[in-house]
Design a protein around this ligand. Structure first.
Ligand SMILES: Nc1ncnc2c1ncn2[C@@H]1O[C@H](COP(=O)(O)OP(=O)(O)OP(=O)(O)O)[C@@H](O)[C@H]1O
Length: 268
């Protein structure tokens, strides 16, 4: 059953339409991956789905309620967002950055439970060993993993209020090495397996095909295809949207990568 339904979303700014007539549903337990070339409108679509931007046309509903009908505190419990290139103005430690995820959603939790949530999130994101470090001194990839931990904290704390949740990740693996790419996407999938809807914006088509239950392909502001990866990705789409060609005569079965032989790789 869909936790979120978007219907006919468009977004225009200063005469340019960045997203045009986008409709999609995010189902509980499913990982949806949005792909498309630079400038296709992926991040704008994600911002419309999270409520960061208000659509010029169309609606986003979570369990029947439009986003403006949901109070901000409740929205914070229902969905967590990891955005690209998060900069912080203050010299926070890694632990404190993760704890920011509990702002506004962790009030009902005891001090001990909060500490447990933070430790678990840091562990899942692979940054527990960096907990005492200054966030600004971390590498780009390490900062990205800390931001993932922050989103995990928010989701976990929000679960005591809202069981039907969504995790939004905008290019979460852009700065990560291969092992951490796979472990972050594994963690995202296991959050979906626990019942949440997960939406990820990705550039790597191999990983998108491997991890997506549902793939959404954007091009020039529109969703041009969506569905199970193996049913929608074909040579025409790759040429028309991504300007690449496929060297296989046909696609491998669903859930298997197809551009590079990554099927033998897994995070250790
Ligand atoms: N505030 C704005 N005013 C005008 N144009 C904008 C604005 N924000 C984004 N754009 C343009 O809208 C288009 C879509 O941007 P968006 O960030 O959604 O693309 P994207 O698919 O996420 O791209 P990328 O893969 O490069 O991150 C781009 O061409 C971008 O330059």
């Amino acid at each position: 059953m869909a936790i979120l339904e978007a219907d006919g979303l468009s977004f225009s700014v200063r005469g340019s339409t960045l997203v045009r007539g986008a409709s999609l549903a995010l189902e509980e337990g499913a990982t949806t991956i949005v792909v498309g070339p630079n400038g296709a409108g992926k991040s704008t679509l994600l911002k419309l789905l999270t409520g960061e931007l208000a659509p010029s046309q169309g609606t986003v509903r979570m369990d029947g309620a439009t986003l403006p009908q949901i109070p901000a505190w409740e929205l914070a419990c229902r969905r967590a967002v990891m955005v690209q290139n998060q900069r912080l103005a203050f010299p926070f430690s890694v632990y404190e950055v993760a704890r920011l995820g509990l702002e506004g959603v962790g009030r009902a939790q005891s001090r001990g439970r909060k500490a447990e949530i933070i430790a678990q999130a840091l562990e899942i994101a692979g940054v527990i060993g960096l907990a005492g470090r200054q966030y600004q001194t971390l590498s780009g990839g390490e900062q990205q993993r800390v931001q993932f931990a922050r989103a995990l904290c928010q989701l976990e704390a929000g679960r005591s209020v809202a069981q039907r949740q969504i995790l939004f990740l905008d290019e979460p693996i852009a700065s990560l090495d291969l092992c951490h790419q796979l472990s972050l996407l594994d963690a995202a999938r296991s959050i979906a397996a626990q019942g949440a809807a997960v939406l990820v914006v990705l550039h790597d088509l191999n990983l998108a095909v491997t991890y997506a239950d549902r793939l959404v392909v954007m091009h020039e502001g529109s969703i041009v295809a969506q569905g199970e990866p193996a049913t929608i990705l074909d040579d025409n789409l790759l040429r028309g949207v991504f300007r690449v060609s496929l060297s296989f005569s046909r696609l491998p079965p669903a859930g298997q990568p197809f551009l590079l032989p990554q099927q033998h790789l897994s995070a250790i």
